[in-house]
Design a binder for this molecule. Structure first.
Ligand code: IMP
Length: 211
């Protein structure tokens, strides 16, 4: 299906979240990989169930599943928002907070849960997993500390970004440009750690090509 004559190692971004795809594409640029996304497949691939108890377990489920189905080494991100006063919720369930719904309904639910709470400290966490069709994998993680704003602000980013106030910039993540968010975000920190492991990543991808 794809031209594999290029010497660039190929990596599949194992997510259909357009926000994550945009961010990961920019974050991984220094690695000079040939990036594929799920949109490169002609038919929609059914999503795996995220049954893991933590971010690592869910990222591993997604990376191994898409690597197997698509036949390319896959990078999955599992991430979410952890609010201190809510005992770390929504956490791994960030994408499913309050049942189905939309980013908008999840933000409203969070604001309702925060009513009257003085402690608004929160953090985002991202765990990246690179996996092939075998059991081996590489993983990196990153976190970003901030606070839950009283109301949504800004138009950029995705998910909870308009509600996540970052103290150093003094803005919500949705008020930052993509470049600004990609310098500080949880996903950027995980991606930067991956880029520092450049040699291990290349070796892993080469091993996937041979097997
Ligand atoms: P996942 O696809 O199960 O990893 O879902 C992650 C969910 O966490 C997303 O759908 C968002 O709701 C939230 N999330 C993760 N990273 C971010 C971010 O950078 N900004 C805003 N929301 C995020």
């Amino acid at each position: 299906m794809f031209n594999s004559s290029t010497s660039q190692p190929t990596l599949l971004l194992a997510t259909s979240n357009l926000g994550k795809i945009g961010e990961l594409t920019a974050i991984l640029k220094p690695l000079s990989l040939r990036l594929l996304t799920l949109a490169d497949w002609p038919a929609k691939i059914p999503e795996p169930e995220e049954t893991g108890e933590d971010f690592l377990a869910n990222a591993l489920i997604k990376a191994q599943y898409y690597a197997k189905v698509c036949g390319y080494p896959a990078l999955a991100d599992d991430s979410g928002l952890m609010v201190e006063a809510l005992g770390g919720r929504p956490g791994v369930a960030s994408a499913r907070y309050g049942g189905g719904g939309t980013d908008g309904s999840r933000k409203l639910k969070l604001l309702r849960e925060m009513v009257g709470l003085k402690n608004r400290r929160a953090k985002f966490k991202s765990v990246l997993v690179l996996a092939g069709s075998g059991a081996e994998y590489l993983t990196w993680s990153g976190e970003l500390a901030g606070e839950i704003a009283e109301k949504p602000l800004g138009e950029g980013g995705f998910g909870y970004d308009p509600l996540f106030w970052e103290p150093i910039s003094g803005k919500t993540l949705a008020q930052l440009t993509l470049e600004e968010k990609n310098r500080i975000s949880h996903r950027a920190k995980a991606g930067q750690a991956m880029a520092r492991d450049f040699e291990a990543v290349r070796k892993f991808l080469a091993g996937c090509q041979e097997s």
